[in-house]
Design a protein around this ligand. Structure first.
Ligand SMILES: [Zn+2]
Length: 594
């Protein structure tokens, strides 16, 4: 078997690490490119040739920004003590305000072109390819206030919405949970609470956790009221009264699609409630509780299957090959080209991600690989992202940016392929139960936990339109949302979840929740289709991925899967594949609860 190195190569991107001269040279060039682009846009006469030139210049700037910021982030993830890398990141970030003004100016000029003239412009074959994205620019540009007003709003935002969001980071960063004679940070307490094998530990920590967030509830309530209040004001200033318009447009989908998805999820809660009940029994409980959502199911003592990095690589490529030889080839390129930083060593950031280096047309993957089945699946997940990028490199730059709801399509698909193969390959029944449970935890997170967040945010925004809410009122909305989303199946609730969950405090993306469930089910539907179609699926799949940045989600599904997302069928088919896992889990665990 081929041995692969688990340390990535960044030298071929920019040589010299955080003191790279090549990085600084690219940064300086980028500054000039932004200035040139700004000048070009100001003097543009709405002519076709000029528009093409602007798009070429924009591509360079966008790619440069992505390349530089991905590099800075890669350095600091791989070595958290590299303070120079943080400097690089702030150098890149400093260019963003100027560039976003330039972008807005461009969108405004596009919006000013009369519809008939616009039609003529789009008759150009090259420009017609990017008509969808340019249409979005025109739509957004038409909603802008004057340049001066937009500028004032942007400046005030820094000490408004953005500042409140940073304030949340400070508050939550200072939160301490005293447990077992130690002061735990929020992250440490959360990880221990959710993953501990000991239910006493989970119970004790959950009580302290809820209390800790409750202690400063007024501060969190102020923060949430002001972030969302500022957003509502901003929308109102732009003539928008529907707070879901922005997240919908950002995700390129219709309300009817979103409503249909949640309706189908709501109709399918019961089998998952049965699963939660069974799991509670296996954990020695009367009824399911909040703090058991990610608790491992460990029956007897089995030896968990272990993979070396090279074995994982082998396993992934073999299983990718069954669905798509091109996906396997991309994985091979990534392993051989050292695109992956997976080494288990101190000083690395937690978590995993995949980032694009458009100027090299390559990706890099960051994670810590310990050898578990789960980590093999995570590695496959990130390779899925890399595959998605790889099939889009040759497309017009404007068509390469896809929204959050379809961003996880290729990754979840790749993860599913490998995860199912891994589960099928374990020989111990207890380990199979453990792995199936982990898979179902993911489904419950999407159908219950994320659903609660969506219901909560809707009711919060609804109320926030007329007043600020007290901590008690917010907690009440939260418990109500949780009861609905969990079909009233739990013995306890998490009233201060609204304070503990970072996602409610993200300043630039509202409703950072439904795209998760959407992406998960969208990918389930595609996976179900792949298994059905077999060998012929590869081309169809790649064609779909290539269109993820160039049309609405409804059009994407219609064109490549022949389904109407505003109807129930597609969503039900996705859920049905997961119900198979529920069935298997129930039958495998039957004998343990007699
Ligand atoms: Zn992902």
């Amino acid at each position: 078997m081929t041995e692969y190195r688990d340390v990535w190569d960044l030298e071929s991107i920019f040589a010299g690490g955080s003191s790279s001269a090549a990085f600084q040279a690219r940064l300086e060039k980028l500054q000039v490119e932004i200035k040139e682009l700004a000048a070009k846009i100001t003097t543009w006469q709405a002519d076709v040739a000029g528009l093409k030139e602007i798009l070429t210049m924009m591509t360079k700037v966008d790619q440069g920004l992505e390349q530089l910021s991905a590099f800075a982030e890669a350095l600091s993830s791989a070595d958290v003590t590299d303070s120079q890398a943080l400097q690089l990141d702030s150098q890149v970030m400093a260019l963003i305000p100027e560039y976003s003004q330039v972008n807005k100016e461009f969108q405004r000029s596009l919006a000013q072109i009369p519809a008939t003239e616009w039609g003529d412009i789009l008759a150009d074959p090259e420009l017609s390819k990017v008509a969808f994205v340019l249409g979005e620019y025109r739509r957004d540009g038409a909603n802008f206030l004057s340049a001066t007003e937009e500028n004032i709003i942007a400046q005030l935002k820094l000490d408004g919405q953005t500042a409140w969001s940073r304030h949340y980071d400070v508050l939550s960063g200072n939160l301490k949970v005293n447990y077992g004679g130690k002061e735990l940070s929020a992250g440490q307490a959360f990880n221990l609470m959710m993953s501990s094998k000991d239910k006493e530990v989970r119970d004790q920590l959950f009580e302290k956790w809820e209390a800790a967030w409750g202690q400063d509830e007024q501060l969190y309530a102020d923060t949430l009221n002001h972030i969302d209040g500022a957003r509502l004001t901003d929308q109102k200033l732009h003539g928008v009264t529907d707070y879901l318009k922005e997240p919908r447009e950002y995700n390129r989908l219709k309300q009817a699609t979103l409503d249909q998805m949640w309706a189908v999820v709501a109709q399918n809660k019961q089998p998952f409630v049965e699963y939660l009940k069974r799991k509670a029994q296996l954990l020695g409980r009367q009824k399911p509780v909040w703090q058991d959502q990610e608790a491992p199911v460990i029956l007897g003592d089995f030896e968990a299957k272990h993979y070396t990095f090279s074995q994982a690589a082998d396993f992934i490529m073999t299983n990718f090959q069954k669905f798509s030889p091109k996906m396997a080839a991309l994985a091979k390129e990534a392993f051989e080209g050292q695109w992956i930083e997976a080494q288990d060593r101190p000083g690395k950031r937690a978590g995993g991600y995949c980032s694009s280096f458009p100027e090299n047309k390559e990706s890099r993957i960051f994670m810590t690989f310990g050898g578990s089945v789960n980590e093999v699946a995570t590695l496959a997940h990130e390779l899925g992202h890399a595959f998605h990028s790889s099939v889009m490199w040759d497309l017009p730059h404007l068509n390469q940016a896809y929204a959050m709801n379809v961003a996880e399509t290729a990754s979840t698909f790749a993860e599913q392929v490998v995860n199912d193969a891994a589960i099928a390959s374990v020989t111990s029944k207890e380990e199979k139960i453990n792995l199936l449970d982990q898979k179902l935890q993911g489904a419950v997170a999407m159908f219950f936990n994320i659903h609660a967040r969506y219901i909560f945010e809707r009711s919060f925004y609804e109320a926030r339109q007329t007043k600020t809410l007290s901590p008690a009122e917010i907690s009440e909305l939260m418990v109500k949302a949780q009861k609905e989303a969990f079909a009233d199946s739990l013995a306890n609730w998490h009233p201060h979840f609204w304070a503990a969950k970072l996602h409610f405090y993200i300043d630039d993306v509202p409703f950072y929740n439904f795209p998760y469930t959407f992406g998960y089910l969208f990918s389930q539907g595609i996976y179900a289709r792949a298994k059905e179609v077999g060998g012929n699926f590869e081309d169809q799949y790649i064609a779909l991925l290539r269109d993820t940045g160039a049309m609405t989600t409804e059009e994407l599904a219609q064109k490549h899967l022949g389904v109407d997302l505003t109807q129930a069928d597609f969503w039900q088919a996705g859920i049905d594949t997961i119900l198979e896992d529920v069935k298997e889990f129930m039958s495998l665990t039957e004998e343990y609860v007699k």
